[in-house]
Design a protein around this ligand. Structure first.
Ligand code: AMP
Length: 298
C-alpha cells in the first residue's frame, strides 16, 4: 500500500479561508477518506471535545469549524459578550484529535452581496424559535449548510444540548438532499449536572449555584416519569418548582415545556419519547438544557 499513514501525534492545522480548507482536504478526498466535521462557535469545553473525540475515533480526518455566527444572534450584546479564545481552542482541539481548525472571518462567510437564507419550517418555530425569533434558526441553518458545502463532510457531529438545532439540521439535510450523515451525541455535564456551555464562564459564583436548577428540574421530571407520572402539565409544574427552589422565577424562565421529539409540539401525556426543554436567564446569562424521557415498560 503506497498510501501514506497519518502520524500518531499530529498538530492541528488552521485554515482561514475556503481555498486553504479545500487544499488541506483534497488529499483526503482523493483517497476517499471519511471526513468528520464538528461545527462550533468556539470557547471549547468537554462537550465540544467529546464531539471531536467521537469524530476522531470514527473518521480518518476531523475538521472543526470555529465561527461565531453573527446572523444567529438577535441580541448584539449577547454576540459581543460571546467568549472567544482561539489560541486556547486550537490547543484543546488538537488534544481531542482535530486535524483541521477552520476559522474563517465574517467577510469570508458573508462576502459583500451575500443574500440567501435557509428557512426551515415547523420544527424551527416553537421553543427557541419563539424565544429567539425566527431569524435565529434561519441563521443557524444558513451557516451550517454553508459549512457543509465548504467541508463536504461524510459525517457531522452535534450535541443533544441543542436538541432543536439537531432537528433543524436533520430537516434541511433531508429536504435539500445534503449528502451528510448527522450524528447526535449526549449532553456532557458538570459533576453537579449543569450542562456544559460556553456561556457558563459568564456566570458569577452565585449564578453558577443557581444554574444547577435547570438540570435539577429536568432530573426531577425524569425521576417522576420513572415513577409513573405521565401528566405533562404536572411534570412542567414540578420543573418550575425546582427552578423556583433556586430563585429562578417566572420572569426568568423563557420556557419549560414537554413536547414530542419530532416536531417539538406540546403533548399532554408522556406516551412515548418526550422532550422536556428549558430556557432561563440566570444572573443575566441565557442557559438552555433538555432531557428526553420515555415511559418505562413496567
Ligand atoms: P456551540 O459552540 O455552542 O455552537 O456548540 C457546538 C456543538 O457542540 C453543537 O453541536 C452543540 O450542541 C455541542 N455542544 C454544546 N454544549 C454541549 C454539551 N454540554 N454536550 C455535548 N455537546 C455540546
Amino acid at each position: 500500500m503506497n498510501d501514506f499513514t497519518m502520524p500518531e501525534s499530529h498538530t492541528v492545522r488552521i485554515a482561514r479561508n475556503v481555498t486553504a480548507l479545500s487544499d488541506m482536504l483534497r488529499p483526503h478526498r482523493e483517497r476517499g477518506r471519511r471526513i468528520g466535521f464538528v461545527p462550533t462557535m468556539g470557547a471549547f469545553h468537554a462537550g465540544h471535545l467529546s464531539l471531536m473525540r467521537t469524530s476522531h475515533a470514527a473518521c480518518d480526518v476531523t475538521v472543526v469549524s470555529l465561527f461565531v455566527n453573527p446572523t444567529q444572534f438577535g441580541d448584539a450584546s449577547d454576540l459581543a459578550a460571546y467568549p472567544r479564545d482561539e489560541a486556547g481552542d486550537a490547543r484543546l482541539a488538537e488534544t481531542a484529535g482535530a486535524d483541521i481548525l477552520f476559522a474563517p472571518d465574517v467577510a469570508e462567510m458573508y462576502p459583500v452581496g451575500f443574500d440567501t437564507r435557509v428557512s426551515v419550517g415547523a420544527v424551527a418555530l416553537p421553543l427557541e424559535g419563539v424565544a429567539r425569533g425566527t431569524s435565529h434558526f434561519e441563521g443557524v441553518a444558513t451557516v451550517v449548510l454553508k459549512l457543509f458545502n465548504m467541508v463536504r463532510p461524510t459525517v457531522a457531529y452535534f450535541g443533544q444540548k441543542d436538541f432543536q438545532q439537531t432537528c433543524v439540521v436533520r430537516q434541511f439535510v433531508r429536504d435539500l438532499n445534503v449528502p451528510v450523515d448527522v450524528v447526535v451525541r449526549p449532553t456532557v455535564r458538570e459533576p453537579d449536572g449543569l450542562a456544559m456551555s460556553s456561556r457558563n464562564v459568564r456566570l458569577s459564583p452565585a449564578a453558577r449555584e443557581q444554574a444547577r436548577a435547570l438540570s435539577e428540574a429536568l432530573f426531577a421530571i425524569e425521576h417522576a416519569v420513572a415513577h409513573g407520572e405521565r401528566d405533562v402539565a404536572g411534570l412542567e409544574a414540578l420543573g418550575v418548582r425546582a427552578l423556583a427552589a433556586r430563585d429562578i422565577g417566572p420572569r426568568d424562565i423563557e420556557y419549560l415545556a414537554g413536547t414530542d421529539t419530532e416536531k417539538l409540539q406540546p403533548v399532554s401525556r408522556v406516551t412515548g419519547p418526550t422532550l422536556f426543554a428549558v430556557a432561563a436567564r440566570v444572573g443575566g446569562v441565557r442557559l438552555i438544557d433538555n432531557i428526553i424521557v420515555a415511559p418505562t415498560a413496567t
